[in-house]
Every structure is written in structure tokens, then in C-alpha cells.
Design a protein. Sequence first.
Length: 362
Amino acid sequence: MTDAKPIISIRNVTKKFGNVTAVNNVSIDVMPGEFFALLGPSGCGKTTLLRMLAGFETASDGEIEIDGQPMLGVSPNKRPVNMVFQSYAVFPHMSVFDNVAYGLKVTGVQKDEIAGRVEEALSLVHLEEYGKRKPDQLSGGQRQRVALARALVKKPKVLLLDEPLSALDAKLREAMRLELVRLQHTVGITFVIVTHDQDEALSMADRAAVMDRGVVRQIAPPDELYEHPNSLFVADFIGKVNMLEAKVAGQSGGEMVVEVKGMGRVTVPHDGAASGDIGIAVRPEKTVLSVEKPGEGVVALKGKVCDVAYYGSESNVLLDTETGVQFISTIQNDARHSALSVAIGDDLWISWAPGNTLVLAE
């Protein structure tokens, strides 16, 4: 995939609505066959960027190319893309078959060809037996599959998905994530999904662009975004994280000494250059709770349990620490009777390996 030319090339794209800049000088390359996510909080510009790819919005500045062709002035129906909307947008008065066939009919595809392509599309989304049903006879997940089949039947080079799972309940949403990945691998075309759900992006995408107030903060595979965030914003947005303010006290030989309020000096691995005020952070699942003070070689601080949240497979333990900052530690409930009994009011130590410390300079 690295030798191929991008299927989507976004170059210095800006979009303004009056005095509001929704997308600010964004550049992204998406490769053929990639499952790419635009991820960020509400109002970050991700949906506006997707709508510019689809042709529903025009960039105020910059260029967009799809499959090597400039998209300036190209109407939505002439672009080699199709879009799946958050609201499904299926026609309630039409059967499933006619919903999927609609786009082919209006573009003049022959009737015999339409039948074969619709059956193929319904097979891809496992709705072969549902062609005669109306949308009100389907579940939410099945209606979403109809919307996917309708988009795929035109065989676009890029499929754009705007928060496609947000209207589904949690369990169905998780099942549909797996289904979308399977579908993308089966058809082999490029998927670009917009989502504010970190779990969705991490579990489906090959790469994701994290957006904040119209700009891209980091583009990377999911594991890199989670384990090696390049900023305080990305670390805080992707999953749970414990953060402490710190000041660089010294650096040499791949290690950094930082001064942390309530902890004194802490040495952590860090190769990059940094100075002045920074942040250090650790993911909750990488911490360990203990009654006794941990031995040498770990970063540790003492705290008092102020809350315990049970989630079935795991529990989050919230501690008021000596630093004045609350810390979360995630413990796996891997046995019916936990080896560490935790109750509100307990005094505990929380510790982690220095190598699990994130150093965040911005």
C-alpha cells in the first residue's frame, strides 16, 4: 500500500462559514483499500471535511483529488464516491430491493443488470432473504445494512460513512463494527468513516486522523494514537488517561528527570527534546494497586479510594492522591472473587513501570 498513489488527496483545505473556520488548512492522504477514520469531538470539522469529499460542501481554499482527479466543480453524483448517512435515509414506501436498486435506475442501468447487482449487494450485507420487505419490517441494524447495500451497489471507489452506527444500541453497534470491517475487506474499496467514538475508530480503522477545532492533531494507526499520542489533546481524547503537570529538571541518555508536585523528582524514559512545563501521563490499565508500598524501579504515589465503578469485566478505582490529582486505576475482574478487595476509604499505593509513562510536551 505504501507504493500506491493516494485514492484521496486533501491539500491545504480550509472551509469557512462566514467568520467561522470549520476546517483549517488540513492535508490528508488516504490510500487505496484503506479503512480511514476522521475522529474528534463535536464541532471539530470532521463532518464538514467528509461533506467536502462528497461534494455537498465546497472548500474555501485548497484542493481535493479523488482517484487522481481534481474535484473542484464536480457535482456529488459525478464523483466516484457514495455516502452512508447517520439517519440511514432509506425510502419507507419502497421495498428493500427497490431501495437498493434506486440509484441504478435513475442512472439508466439496464433492468437485467440491476437485478443481478442488487442481489450481489444484498448478499454482501447478508440480506438476501429480505428483498421484498419494507423498511418498517426491519430492525435498526437491518435498515443500516440496506443503506450500505444501496451505497455499495453503485460500486464506488470510496465509501463515505457519516456516524453510521450512532443510532444503534451498544450491543448492535459493536456487532456492526465487526460487520463493517468484514465488508470492507470483502469489497476491497476505501472506507472513510466519521466518528466521535474512540472505540469505534480504534477497533475498525487502519489509520485515523484526530481533529480538534478544525485542524488535524495527529494521523496514525490506532495503536500509535493510543500508546504514542503526540499531544495532551490526543492523549486525553483517545481513551482514559491520568495526567500530572510537571517541569523538566534534566535530560540525558534517553531519560528525563521531571519535577512533579506531590511526588518530587521522577525519572522516565524519553528520547525527544523537551524543556519547561510539560505533562506526564499513564493509562489506567497500566497501573497497579497495592496495600504495601511498591519496591524500587517503579513510579508510585499514595492515595485514598474515593470511588469504585464496576463494569463487569473490569472495575475503575478512583483515588485522591498526594499530588492533589485524582487517579483512575483499572483492575480486571478475572476471577469471581478479586484478590485485591477495594473499598471506599482504603489507603492504597498506585504504581506503574517508568516505560509506561507518556511525556506530553503540548
